[in-house]
Design a protein around this ligand. Structure first.
Ligand SMILES: *[C@@H]1O[C@H](CO)[C@@H](O)[C@H](O)[C@H]1NC(C)=O
Ligand SMILES: *[C@@H]1O[C@H](CO)[C@@H](O)[C@H](O)[C@H]1NC(C)=O
Ligand SMILES: *[C@@H]1O[C@H](CO)[C@@H](O)[C@H](O)[C@H]1NC(C)=O
Ligand SMILES: *[C@@H]1O[C@H](CO)[C@@H](O)[C@H](O)[C@H]1NC(C)=O
Ligand SMILES: *[C@@H]1O[C@H](CO)[C@@H](O)[C@H](O)[C@H]1NC(C)=O
Length: 180
């Protein structure tokens, strides 16, 4: 898996111009030891993947995302009415010492200067973030919560640092449902 990911990263770095945009999509997490295709949802300002809303979150809602603007932001649309006055955008902390939750911002908060809301994209169905040097990165991790099958999504800014979480890919591909 690690090999596949780094191979893909190299491949992606070489086809920068070919990055295509996809209109509206949901994201699903795939990684070793994870139930395949846990859906990404919004929970109190952070990104989670899981099969259900955990009880410790006061506002949890499934979202679809769309890639907007020249800056390539991931803008969230809730799947049910939640009374948001605006649409939040996805955020990662690029600081090389950080292992922080992937968040959502409304644009009215003061952010860390290492936080980035721009440079997101989908390539071949895989979500990525492009750093200031233009390199495509997929440093998404799932960290367990105290509820089964629910993980907080983090961004491993350091990448080489060992962290307590499962390396995941976030893909637009929904899991295959096997019905018998
Ligand atoms: C995509 O989402 C936007 C809201 O962000 C909505 O206005 C638009 O109608 C959606 N497009 C499709 C094809 O569902
Ligand atoms: C997202 O949708 C699935 C399928 O409808 C549902 O089981 C799950 O509880 C929803 N998650 C949230 C956070 O609302
Ligand atoms: C930012 O906007 C959101 C949505 O409109 C609102 O819920 C939140 O309280 C605002 N935060 C600040 C710090 O103004
Ligand atoms: C970011 O913040 C740190 C500490 O708060 C500061 O040292 C640094 O100069 C800031 N960088 C930029 C580009 O503003
Ligand atoms: C589960 O974790 C959440 C978030 O860290 C915390 O607020 C909650 O109290 C925890 N619940 C239990 C039963 O430990």
């Amino acid at each position: 898996m690690i090999f596949e990911l780094s191979f893909l990263a190299v491949l992606l770095a070489r086809v920068e111009c070919a990055v295509s945009s996809q209109s509206n999509f949901s994201l699903y997490a795939y990684g070793t030891g994870l139930n395949p295709g846990l859906r990404l949802f919004y929970g109190d300002g952070h990104a989670y993947v899981g099969s259900k809303a955990p009880s410790f979150i006061s506002q949890a809602v499934n979202i679809t995302l769309s890639e907007k603007g020249d800056d390539a932001q991931f803008v969230a649309t809730p799947e049910r009415t939640v009374g948001w006055a605006a649409q939040p955008t996805m955020l990662v902390d690029m600081d090389t010492n950080s292992f922080d939750p992937v968040g959502f911002t409304w644009g009215n908060e003061t952010l860390d200067n290492s936080s980035s809301t721009v440079g997101f994209g989908i390539y071949g169905g895989w979500a990525f973030h492009r750093n200031d040097e233009g390199t495509i990165e997929m440093k998404f991790y799932a960290t367990p919560t105290n509820e089964s099958d629910v993980y907080l999504v983090k961004w491993n800014g350091g990448e080489t640092k060992s962290v307590d979480g499962i390396s995941i890919s976030l893909r637009t591909q929904a899991p295959v449902v096997i019905t018998s």
